[in-house]
Design a protein around this ligand. Structure first.
Ligand code: IPE
Ligand code: IPE
Ligand code: MG
Length: 246
């Protein structure tokens, strides 16, 4: 995947305040396909181009972590055929892109629950991609797969119990340390495509103070220019964290 389309970062973007961690709800694949009279799965397939392009855009911006929502704990409710397609598609996506991502210095990680419904070969490919890219430092591409924000908090609580943490030691730090990837830090910017204004169980704990940007683009149409626009919008915001501006 040598950068197919080198697009310079617009000068309007302040390189000194690029969001360190960007998280994206890649939504609208089904509607993109329906508009074209295609099967929903074709929309998922078309989303790969968007993901690759946005990943390059994020690297050129200097983003350090890009978390993408690929499959939620609720997406099992979809028709069996679509679920099956998504499992294989995500595996194929890894196979098609992991070597190029590795060449670019991207570390691939996953957030989500392990689940017996995820085919073994998918798990194997996820582990392989993770292992191959473990030492890369340019950017982390964190793929939220079988991910649910509530499930993540439940899993963290289970770990607290397992670690026998006494009640007096249970605080935000103790919980945050037991989330799937505490080392990635919270997202600064969360983007959702497709004109939906909801979180859909994404990163519930981590997005407490993230800036939210909503885009009307359907995910397969989203490109790095749209990421740059979202970052400009982010840079116009004032983050206060509950304090007052002095
Ligand atoms: C997002 O697109 C991809 C996944 C949830 C896997 P959708 O499949 O939700 O597309 P819409 O929202 O139905 O258009
Ligand atoms: C969120 O999108 C999940 C992913 C993008 C993987 P959904 O399409 O599943 O969310 P809802 O159903 O519109 O809330
Ligand atoms: Mg959707």
């Amino acid at each position: 995947m040598p950068d197919p389309r080198p697009v310079p970062v617009p000068r309007a973007i302040d390189r000194a305040s690029v969001p360190r961690h960007v998280a994206i709800v890649m939504d609208g694949n089904g509607r993109w396909a329906a508009k074209r009279g295609l099967a929903r799965t074709e929309g998922h397939g078309a989303g790969e181009k968007a993901l690759v392009d946005v990943t390059y855009g994020a690297i050129s911006l200097g983003v350090k972590v890009l978390t993408v929502y690929a499959f939620s704990t609720e997406n099992w409710r979809r028709p069996l055929e679509e679920v099956r397609y998504l499992m294989n598609f995500n595996r194929g996506l890894l196979e098609r892109n992991r070597d190029d991502l590795h060449d670019q210095g991207v570390r691939i990680t996953f957030s989500g629950r392990s689940d017996r419904r995820v085919p073994k070969r998918v798990v194997r490919d996820m582990n392989d991609a993770q292992e191959l890219t473990l030492k890369n430092t340019v950017m982390t591409l964190n793929i939220a797969f079988n991910y649910g924000g509530r499930a993540e908090i439940v899993d963290a609580v289970r770990r607290l119990v397992k670690d026998k943490v006494p009640e007096s030691k249970i605080n935000e730090k103790a919980i945050a340390a037991r989330l799937y990837h505490p080392e990635l830090a919270d997202p600064d910017l969360v983007i959702r495509t497709s004109g939906e204004y909801r979180i859909s169980n994404f990163l519930l704990w981590e997005l407490a103070y993230s800036e939210l940007v909503f885009s009307d683009q359907l995910w397969p149409d989203f490109r790095r220019e749209n990421l740059f626009e979202a970052v400009r919008e982010y840079q116009r915001r004032e983050r206060r964290y509950g304090g007052v501006d002095t």
